[in-house]
Design a protein around this ligand. Sequence first.
Ligand code: ATP
Ligand code: MG
Length: 389
Amino acid sequence: MKEVILIKLGEIVLKGLNRKNFEDRLIKSIKYRLHHIGAFKVRNSQSIITVTPLDDNADMDEAAECISKVFGIAAFSRACAAEKDIESIKNTARDYLEDKFAAAGSFKVEAKRSDKQFPFTSPEIAREVGGFLADCYPDTRVDVHEPEMIVTVEIRDDAAYIHAGVEKGAGGIPVGTGGKAVILISGGIDSPVAAYMMAKRGIELTAVHFASPPYTSERAEEKVRELLSRVSAYSGRMTMYTVPFTKLQEEIRDKCHEEYFTIIMRRFMMMIAEKLAEKNDCRALITGESLGQVASQTIGAIACTDNACGMPVFRPLIGMDKEEIIEISRKIDTFEVSIQPYEDCCTVFTPKHPRTRPVLKNVIAEENRIDYLPLINEAVEKVKITEIQ
Ligand code: ATP
Ligand code: MG
């Protein structure tokens, strides 16, 4: 008896002419996410993707876990394939669902027949299979109104599939269909959540992290790699650029007025991130900023930051409360890592009284005390590259 996974597409079904492109991307993501588990056949037909293990010992629990994190999937079911004949369907259902029947107090059978050649109608299939299972499992009642378990029989082009439940998929649209963008990633709670949210909208990510050794440690960088590796369970693999930021930060400390430290540092971050984005064919920047959370996240500060780069800056958390952000970070399993106490370059040389309403021309005047262009180019040249799987 072979277990398969049936996948129902999400928003993709709304796409007209682009649909093929979306489906191809989704299939690519599914294959990529499964390749470390074993060999699988991934087949797309009649708006359903069927994932079939080619190896009898494939770990289907792990395969289902991986599939639950692929964007573009509305729902999926673990199912068993049977020959398209009513006796074979009955016997397969009886054997495959044995454990489920042991746990359920009541059930009903629903049938869907997309192969109209099959000699029974949907109600006939439901009746035949339902009656048979009721005889096999007399301790489980038939209840057509509020059953604890719904057994579904789907007669498709290649086989009949039997399952007893649908799980919610990750939603969103397939990674890669929305183009590429740079996520500015710190070790905090917010930026990994921002990365997840934009990947969900189809963005393929490239990560940029600013490190200021010796003020920030190797452990802090390791923490960021761990966060990205958790995000990559959803977003797929990505490249991480670690930017040496010490010199620029020391220049700011030595040459600029303290109340502008943070805003100038953030502008340099945007300039560097934009250069790395251009080199990597990325068309936008993403940050984990949320309005009003800290001094650098006021409208005025954000306006000054945005002015430093020409690309759109996506801030998916802008209107969210910390509690809402934490809820997502727990769901995607980054929270426990984020709260480990390592320093970030943002907390190096932080001013006691940062400007919450900076005036752009004053910021630029302060910034111009530094001959920053060569330093920015040097930082871009000296990035460290890590592949996150
Ligand atoms: P986070 O929880 O993501 O660290 P935060 O609330 O601590 O965010 P800030 O420290 O002001 O806020 O950072 C705002 C955003 O700037 C972050 O969400 C991230 O996108 C970016 N950022 C901050 N520090 C770094 C860093 N060291 N490298 C790359 N990006 C950074
Ligand atoms: Mg932070």
